[in-house]
Design a protein around this ligand. Structure first.
Ligand SMILES: Cc1ncc(COP(=O)(O)O)c(C=O)c1O
Ligand SMILES: N[C@@H](CCCC[NH3+])C(=O)O
Length: 438
């Protein structure tokens, strides 16, 4: 397995993250648990900030909190000078609890409820990224009621099909997100937004997909988006000042994948934006980007303990761990690949090929098929890397499994930033009507 972030193998052959021995961590905090490497999160935030400061200073990086959010995480993002993209009243509440600067919050979502809009208007968030005509009308009407004039961006689909899993492509015209440029729906909505009294249209947004490695896809999206800004100028008489390019940069889940260079990404964005604006004689817009996975993905891992081991002669050896698709749905949902290591045997050579499964009642609850590992025994630890994005945030209580806690690890500190759930938590919202009482 490729060692990510601050992972190191110590002189006893055991794996450490942020100088913390995972064997000791497992003993003290119990498995399963998510571990977040604070230094890696901060390094990734800085990579975006510094790259855009260098190549296109009129820009802002927002962290896409859907990848992983907790109150402490929002504090780190604030300290690192990034803004925040939230997609629900729940994520907004976490940001508010962290005292996140509200003017740097962008509110996304394809079906914001009136209650969520009310919450965001009352909090005076920076921007609404409006997805559709229903939302334009609703927001306009509610803004009037609350005596506000929120700044908005319209989410559009540039018709770009990014090379990634179809479940996480979002830029094509047939997408549930945004309105199409090619079919004219986006321009129609722009004209409507310009005429609405209580909204201030400042920009357009696109997000072409997630886990993207080919940086040219972003350049293609920029061409389409800036040409659309020009069309808006001609047809609706406004020059939009913000272009939000979404997130989507991939991370290497396995050794054969290569991490895109953030500075190269920023330079491609800067060069393309400048070239197209120059060609069309448009002023340079403020550029917003919204990475999620590439901020936290490599910073997170999940630590499990091995329980049952089952050998089917001449077929396969199943190694089951004490978590499952309830703490990481991505292999079952997207066929996602992962790598693993045995932290207490981190320096040992591979001896056998095994299949790592979870403990959920689903045949598809398989984390990694046919991985080469040192001889695996019951009681060994097993660490799956790169689970920092869309691991905890997509977790569930399937099969009555409490969600694991999240431990933040840095050189001198080990702290829970999300406590592990207990069986008691699973029934904390249950209500037994009188007629069913025993
Ligand atoms: C609107 C929007 N912005 C940003 C992101 C973050 O994407 P990623 O985690 O791939 O960087 C997403 C999720 O795909 C999204 O839907
Ligand atoms: N949840 C997805 C990415 C989609 C993000 C939201 N647009 C993943 O795990 O890869």
């Amino acid at each position: 397995m490729k060692l990510q972030g601050t992972m190191e193998i110590n002189e006893n052959g055991e794996l450490e993250i942020g100088n913390q021995n995972l064997v000791d961590i497992a003993e003290e905090y119990d498995t399963p648990l998510y571990i977040m490497d604070e230094k890696e999160i901060r390094k990734n935030c800085r990579a975006y900030r510094e790259a855009f400061n260098k190549w296109y200073p009129n820009s802002q990086t927002l962290y896409a909190s859907k990848a992983f959010l907790s109150v402490a995480m929002a504090r780190i993002i604030d300290q690192e000078g990034l803004g925040l993209d939230v997609v629900s009243g729940g994520e907004l509440s976490i940001a508010l609890e962290a005292d996140f600067p509200t003017e740097e919050i962008y509110f996304h979502g394809n079906n914001k409820t009136p209650q969520e809009i009310e919450q965001a208007l009352e909090a005076d968030i920076g921007y609404f990224v409006v997805d559709n005509n229903y939302e334009l009308d609703l927001l306009n009407q509610m803004a009037e009621e609350y005596d506000k004039k929120p700044e908005i961006l319209l989410r559009v689909t540039p018709g770009i099909e990014a090379h990634t899993h179809s479940y996480i492509q979002t830029g094509q015209t047939d997408s549930k997100f945004g309105l199409g440029i090619q079919n004219g729906l986006a321009l129609e909505a722009i004209k409507k937004a310009v005429d609405l009294d209580n909204l201030n249209l400042v920009g357009i947004h696109c997000h072409i997909g997630s886990q993207i490695f080919k940086l040219e896809s972003f350049a293609k999206a920029i061409d389409v988006m800036i040409e659309f800004i020009e069309e808006i100028h001609e047809e609706a008489g406004v020059v939009l000042e913000q272009l939000n390019l979404g997130g989507g940069i991939g991370i290497p889940y396995t050794e054969d994948e290569e991490k895109p260079d953030i500075e190269e990404y920023a330079k491609i964005v800067a060069d393309e934006v400048k070239a197209v604006c120059d060609k069309l004689d448009l002023p340079l817009p403020k550029i917003i980007n919204e990475p999620g996975r590439s901020i936290v993905g490599t910073a997170g891992s999940t630590l499990y303990e091995v329980g049952s081991i089952k050998e089917i002669p001449d077929v396969r050896k199943y190694v089951a761990v004490d978590g499952g698709m309830s703490d990481n749905i991505r292999p079952a949902l997207y066929d996602a690949d992962y790598e693993a290591i045995i932290p207490n045997k981190a320096d040992q050579k591979p001896e056998e090929e095994v299949t790592i499964t979870g403990k959920c009642c689903e045949s598809g609850d398989i984390f990694i098929e046919d991985i080469e590992l040192p001889t695996v025994e019951t009681g060994d630890l097993l660490l799956i890397s790169c689970t920092g994005a869309y691991g905890y945030s997509m977790s569930s209580n399937y099969n009555g499994l409490p969600r694991p806690g999240v431990l933040l690890v840095s050189e001198d500190n080990v702290d829970w930033i999300v406590k592990p759930e207990t069986n008691q938590d699973l029934i904390s919202n249950d209500v037994v009507p009188d007629r069913l009482k025993k």
